[in-house]
Write a protein that binds this ligand. Structure first.
Ligand SMILES: Cc1cc2nc3c(=O)[nH]c(=O)nc-3n(C[C@H](O)[C@H](O)[C@H](O)COP(=O)(O)OP(=O)(O)OC[C@H]3O[C@@H](n4cnc5c(N)ncnc54)[C@H](O)[C@@H]3O)c2cc1C
Length: 433
């Protein structure tokens, strides 16, 4: 197996680098990259040292890239056709190499690194030739487990976090319901206290990894008080009596990722399965959303650049009206504009992450990353698909798959309008209700 986990068995001191050297390397790398990009070489991106990255990040990305090239990408077309990918097998491979616990505590098998490493990993996962597998991995690393790692008891961490880091368990995050998506506070699923147990009734909708998961990080109402203070996050084993996977949802994109509707009828779990303090679940979930939103932007960067490169290559070969399509100014100017937008998203993300690892509240910037990422994905992939003509409308090219897959970014994990509302709150422009 890959050596990355061994290399990082002790926590790495982050600020041990000479900034001048990094700056010089950046200048060198960017000129190298710009030369290589004309020929469509992708690997140079993984080797890029950048504002928040040093050579350790580069090494992490290279190790992950080997797994992607050898154990994921060769099967993606098959998984997409089948509408399913084997999460347990893929997670075991990633977990054994250390990739499911990059930022998690070392006591539970994690690497104890800071969040820049999670972003580096997200960027590299973008080289997977679909959106579904990176989304499923992100659920495990950045959506279902951050609150558990931060606030969970030692017992819960041993039972759920440790095997999620090693890849022995698949997790899912249960927030959305049929009647509550954007408005998380209005969820109806209830966990009532009966002696030392909680008895759960209700249901969750749109649950990624839902039909394969061993446990769910469940948001449920555990009290009667105010909507922001009556909820708890609960570690819920998915093999308990009373849990029904009602259906696997057939979707236009993210085809290989399983998305389930799940019902709970008198499901009993110990009260000790509550993560952190009872009644703090809404707040924990809002914190957990920060990493989800940064991850969503990180995972977009590589595929968006890849689509630009593939489009440049295709249009340079495609002859229309006796000359390469790319030689029309409208085409090469558009690609230059889109590349500029990707760099803007990258800069915003790196700034948010740099502030986040220093302990700052980056709710506003993380929301901006998610908003900008979703909108840019729609504009960029749609614009590029246009230049592929009829080929862009087939299932034979990556651009059409990503057109479908990344449409989700503006909807899932908080729609664009929810991001705008959060940004307005921070700008003090949201009307009081
Ligand atoms: C493939 C997929 C995977 C998912 N995975 C998970 C998962 O693992 N776990 C989980 O808990 N959830 C998951 N979700 C759910 C996802 O987070 C929700 O779909 C999302 O939060 C939007 O909720 P909704 O679908 O109920 O839309 P609604 O809340 O009904 O909103 C509909 C639309 O209304 C608009 N809108 C919302 N608020 C406002 C406003 N204030 N002003 C104006 N317009 C507004 C937005 O455009 C929004 O898209 C997933 C969804 C999909 C499709």
């Amino acid at each position: 197996m890959l050596p990355f986990k061994r290399l990082f068995s002790r926590q790495i001191l982050r600020k041990e680098r000479d900034e001048l050297v990094v700056l010089c390397r950046n200048i060198f790398c960017s000129s190298q990259n710009s030369q290589k990009s004309a020929t469509g070489t992708e690997k140079s991106e993984s080797k890029r040292v950048d504002i928040i990255y040093n050579s350790d990040h580069v090494q992490l990305r290279e190790s992950l890239r080997k797994i992607i090239d050898n154990e994921i990408n060769p099967y993606v077309d098959q998984w997409e056709a089948e509408g399913h990918f084997p999460a347990k097998t893929v997670f075991k491979t990633l977990g054994s190499a250390g990739f499911l616990g990059v930022t998690k505590p070392t006591e539970y098998g994690g690497l104890g690194l800071d969040y820049t490493y999670s972003v580096a990993m997200g960027e590299e996962l973008g080289y997977i030739n679909c959106g579904g597998v990176p989304m499923a991995i992100g659920v495990q690393t950045d959506m279902a487990t951050p609150a558990l790692a931060r606030f969970g008891s030692d017992k819960l961490k041993k039972e759920f976090l440790q095997p999620s880091i090693s890849g022995d368990m698949v997790s899912c995050i249960g927030v959305s319901e049929t009647g509550a998506g954007s408005d998380v506070a209005s969820i109806r699923t209830k966990a009532s206290r009966v002696g030392d147990d909680l008895v759960i009734n209700g249901g969750k909708m749109w649950i990624t990894n839902g039909s394969q998961a061993d446990w769910m990080c469940l948001l449920a109402n555990t009290g009667e008080g105010k909507a922001h203070q009556n909820k708890s996050l609960i570690c819920l084993p998915m093999n308990l009596p009373g849990i029904t996977i009602a259906k696997k949802i057939d979707k236009m994109g993210m085809r290989c990722s399983d998305t389930a509707q799940i019902y709970f009828e008198d499901v009993k779990v110990p009260r000790g399965n509550i993560i952190g303090e009872e009644g703090h679940g809404f707040m924990y979930q809002m914190m957990q959303f920060q990493e989800e939103r940064l991850y969503a932007a990180a995972v977009l960067l590589s595929p968006l650049e890849k689509i630009i490169k593939e489009t440049a290559k295709y249009t340079s070969e495609r002859q229309v009206f006796g000359k390469p399509l790319l030689s029309n100014q409208v085409v090469h100017f558009k690609l230059a504009e889109l590349q500029t937008e990707v760099e803007l998203l990258r800069s915003l993300l790196y700034r948010a992450v740099a502030l986040y690892i220093e302990g700052n509240d980056v709710t506003k910037l993380a929301s901006m990353c998610k908003l900008k990422g979703g909108r840019l994905a729609r504009e960029l992939i749609d614009s590029c698909l246009q230049y592929w003509g009829g080929m862009g409308f087939t299932n034979e090219v990556l651009v059409s798959r990503l057109y479908r897959d990344f449409r989700l970014i503006s909807i899932g994990g908080g729609a664009d309008e929810v991001m705008l509302s959060i940004i307005c709150k921070y700008m003090n422009t949201l009307p009081k209700q």
